[in-house]
Design a protein around this ligand. Structure first.
Ligand SMILES: [Fe+2]
Ligand SMILES: [Fe+2]
Length: 481
């Protein structure tokens, strides 16, 4: 079945033939009210009645899959959209390399597969929860709309995983789907499953860093799952990646616009030294060293999402042909990794060194390396903005040993340059590298809402192009009175 267009005749838009699949349709209709309750309780606070100019997927054809219109967020058509089935797709890696892709869950891997889906699913609502207060301080209607677009799509990603749970995992799948609505970001009794998704996103600088770095972890995970031998998971992830690209666009251009505005204000005021923090802040813009600190924080939290450098779970998921590598099909090797090695960063006699490990257990490390290379490109583009403005300053990714809570470096302290230091030195110096309470207060104080069409807060430049090519003064959100 090759369904490109989406069926909107059911309550749940889909291209998976739900009208003929009454059992699953009923199960999902049963889950729907709980989802809407969750959205109203934990989704964007204060804007549920606003008309938001959102894109909704109407097709999975990469050439034209979305349409834009004003929608009240609770009425957004969250749907179930899978990329078209590739005919005769074979499994691209692992012990089942070359076999036809599975259309049903292989019994022996059921638990492992369910866990992968649940972990992915858990991150989607978590970020909506983390970002729920940000609408109130949006620096423009354009940015507010982008936030809400990201939020509704993360909601749809939750639907995507819940569909797989309902369709392929019976009773325990339904229970997991309920649990996904029960856990809450930052809660003490029922937190979200991964650390970075229990942190706060208190301001817009954090939001843009989160969408640059943490959504990009999402991209890497989805890319690996898109390789899966379990075809429905692969197809779901392939379509999610189409949406995910916009989230990283929001993050990267958001930071780029903050930087552009800061540099412009510095130039106008004749400030050459980017380290003159107080003078720069007096211009109502965010100084570059503070941007570096937020980058350090969000990048290091996101690195933790890749898990331990050496991991038997990752090896098992690869062997089972459930979770592959980034761009698996483009890699030129045996796709089984039976004798291959991969250089892993380790702590050897108090020094950070690359040590060869079996490639199979080093898959997290490899994915993290691919991720770091991808992140470096964003930082490069930000540095171009600074350079073009004629300001002398360079942003950089901190060393992977910096500020880690998971993996090889969790018990040591390192500077952003990778130099190991003792705990005492860390206590004295870490406020130079991570946002301090005072930095947070300064940013919080800057976060005043700007809600007039075409207007922007003092600390961020307007975008070069509007969403859906709309003009600069377009009313992206009609806020209900
Ligand atoms: Fe997502
Ligand atoms: Fe995302």
């Amino acid at each position: 079945m090759d369904v490109i267009n989406v069926d909107y005749s059911t309550k749940i838009p889909n291209n998976v033939g739900l009208t003929e699949d009454r059992r699953i349709l009923r199960a999902l209709e049963g889950w729907h009210p709980g989802y809407l309750d969750w959205w109203r309780d934990m989704g964007p606070e204060g804007f549920q009645e606003a008309l938001v100019y959102l894109r909704t997927a109407v097709s999975v054809d990469p050439k034209g899959w979305a349409k834009f219109d004003y929608v009240k967020m609770p009425e957004y058509r969250w749907g179930i959209l899978l990329a078209p089935q590739e005919e005769n797709r074979t499994i691209p890696f692992g012990q089942h390399f070359g076999e036809p892709a599975w259309q049903d869950v292989p019994g022996e891997y059921r638990a492992m597969l369910r866990r992968l889906i649940v972990i992915q699913g858990d991150t989607e609502p978590a970020s909506v929860e983390q970002q729920r207060h940000l609408g109130k301080t949006a620096p423009s209607l354009y940015d507010m709309r982008n936030l809400f677009q990201v939020n509704v799509e993360e909601g749809r990603h939750l639907w995507a995983m819940v569909y797989l749970l309902h369709k392929y995992f019976g009773r325990d799948g339904r229970e997991e789907a309920e649990e996904l609505l029960r856990r809450r970001s930052g809660s003490t009794d029922a937190p979200r499953m991964l650390g970075a998704f229990n942190e706060q996103t208190p301001d817009w600088l954090s939001f843009f860093m989160f969408t640059t770095f943490t959504d990009r972890d999402g991209k890497m995970q989805l890319e690996s799952l898109a390789q899966s031998g379990f075809d429905p998971l692969s197809r779901t992830c392939r379509f999610m990646l189409t949406e995910e690209a916009h989230h990283m666009f929001v993050g990267e251009t958001g930071i780029g616009r903050i930087i552009a505005r800061t540099c412009e204000a510095m130039r106008a005021a004749g400030i050459e030294d980017a380290e003159k923090i107080e003078e720069v802040r007096a211009l109502r813009v965010i100084d570059l060293p503070t941007i570096q600190k937020k980058l350090n924080l969000h990048y290091s939290l996101s690195l933790d999402l890749f898990g331990s450098e050496v991991s038997t779970n990752a090896a098992n998921a690869f062997n089972a042909s459930l979770k592959g590598r980034f761009h698996e099909t483009r890699i030129d090797d045996d796709h089984r990794l039976e004798n291959a090695t991969y250089p892993v960063l380790k702590l050897v006699d108090g020094e950070v060194k690359r040590v060869d490990a079996p490639a199979l257990t080093a898959l997290n490390m490899r994915l993290r390396d691919d991720y770091a290379a991808d992140c470096a490109k964003s930082v490069e583009r930000w540095n171009k903005v600074i350079e073009k403005a004629g300001v002398e300053f360079k942003l950089r990714l901190p060393h992977v040993a910096f500020h880690r809570q998971i993996g090889e470096f969790r018990d040591i302290c390192a500077t952003p340059y990778g130099e190991l230091i003792d705990r005492e030195a860390w206590r004295h110096r870490s406020h130079h590298w991570l946002p301090s309470a005072a930095d947070g207060e300064f940013i919080a104080e800057l976060m005043q809402p700007v809600q007039g069409p075409g207007q922007f807060a003092s600390w961020i430049a307007p975008p070069k192009v509007g969403i859906d090519n709309k003009p600069g003064d377009f009313e992206y959100v009609k806020i209900a009175a």
